[in-house]
Design a protein around this ligand. Structure first.
Ligand code: ACO
Length: 343
């Protein structure tokens, strides 16, 4: 029995914002952002776009590919996606920027819009490790029931709406986007998702936090709201945690999966800062070329970075059948973990 990835998709908003665009509005520069993070651009959603808009687009692209259509014609894509959407049993949507706080889940909104009638649907919040957690959750739900065969796993974020655009220490880091994968239970052997390791260290919950709007600190009647809900981050603390999390997760995955460095074709890390990946590569003695980096183009899209990278690699032919891939992520919570995947 195997859990195979049979389709991938991504979606980003139309509006592309460069470091120079940001430097025209706040006290920063292309040179600082590139040298400290590796980021060159980010995509920013329109005012009218919410998480589900990007999630649906990414999902349709993944579904269409699973149905055999990978082209650019949107009518043909939609037709292909609708047919297979009916066969989806489970939708897991990882996000920290849901359409609504609490209920309904964004997964339920996506279920309705893509026509996955009858599929179970729920959101999970594991911040930037969300897609990794989502794959394992979906695989578990497929494995445990003979009646479930296919799942859709999505990582989708509209972080631009929870960023303090006056805080140069955070606003330059994030972007909007979504990535998705269709997974299927098959009788194949030693292929697809082989194993996941999921971890959390809740003692670091204050290092990356959106303080307002929840039951800990709700908006109050009569309160004058002079700032939206926004991400607050202790950059140095998260940086140190991230390097340790990537290093220990890759090490643990290699031990648990009995894998040597030479066996790995590609590592797909969460794209938060190129320097974090460079530091981890040095500590582990793994060549930087094994790590797939696209942060220059998209910045940090939290739960979407890994499925966006997988889709890019898949569609460009960068991934070959049988390639051994490790994903590795870390984020708010603090959460971290990784998957071992035979493509
Ligand atoms: N432009 C110009 N200068 C800046 C900017 C900016 N955008 N941001 C900060 N600075 C200044 C600071 O004010 C400071 O100036 P000072 O020395 O005069 O006080 C100087 O640059 C250095 O600031 P540091 O915060 O020490 O910069 P550092 O090298 O640590 O880089 C960064 C900051 C990029 C945030 C880094 O700490 C980091 O990447 N942390 C991890 C972030 C991360 O991974 N977050 C997400 C993980 S979880 C998730 O993805 C949701």
């Amino acid at each position: 029995m195997a859990i195979e990835i049979i389709g991938t998709g991504k979606a980003v908003p139309h509006k592309k914002v460069s470091n120079d665009d940001l430097a025209a509005r706040i006290d920063t520069s292309d040179e600082w952002i590139r040298s400290h993070t590796g980021i060159g651009y980010r995509y920013i959603a329109d005012e009218s776009d919410a998480c589900s808009n990007l999630a649906c687009e990414a999902a349709k692209n993944a579904l269409a590919m699973a149905a055999g259509y990978s082209g650019a014609d949107s009518t043909q894509r939609d037709r292909a996606a609708v047919g297979i959407a009916e066969t989806i049993d489970v939708i897991i949507l990882a996000t920290v920027t849901a359409d609504y706080y609490g209920t309904p889940s964004t997964a339920c909104i996506v279920q309705d819009r893509i026509g996955a009638h009858g599929a179970a649907a729920m959101d999970i919040n594991a911040a930037c490790t969300g897609f990794i957690y989502g794959l394992e959750t979906a695989a578990g739900l497929l494995n445990i029931s003979p009646h479930r065969k296919r799942a859709l796993v999505i990582g989708a974020e509209v972080l631009s709406k929870v960023i303090n655009w006056n805080d140069r220490a955070t606003c330059v880091l994030f972007g909007d986007g979504a990535g998705a994968a269709v997974i299927e239970k098959t009788d194949a052997d030693k292929t697809g998702l082989l194993m996941s390791l999921l971890f959390a260290d809740g003692s670091g919950n204050e290092s990356l936090v959106m303080r307002r709007g929840g039951t800990r600190n709700p908006f109050k009647k009569g309160e004058v709201i002079d700032a939206g809900i926004c991400i607050e981050m202790n950059g140095q603390e998260v940086y140190n945690f991230a390097v340790k999390a990537i290093t220990s997760t890759i090490d643990s995955l290699m031990k648990a999966g009995n894998i040597k460095i030479d066996d790995i074709d590609r590592i797909v890390p969460h794209q938060a800062n190129a320097r974090i990946v460079q530091a981890a590569s040095k500590r582990l003695g793994i060549p930087l070329e094994k790590f797939y980096l696209n942060i220059e183009e998209y910045a940090n899209t939290s739960s979407a970075t890994i499925p966006i990278a997988l889709d890019e690699m898949n569609r460009s032919g960068f991934l070959k059948k049988g390639d051994l891939i490790l994903t590795v992520g870390f984020g708010g919570g603090l959460t971290y973990g990784g998957n071992i995947i035979y493509w």
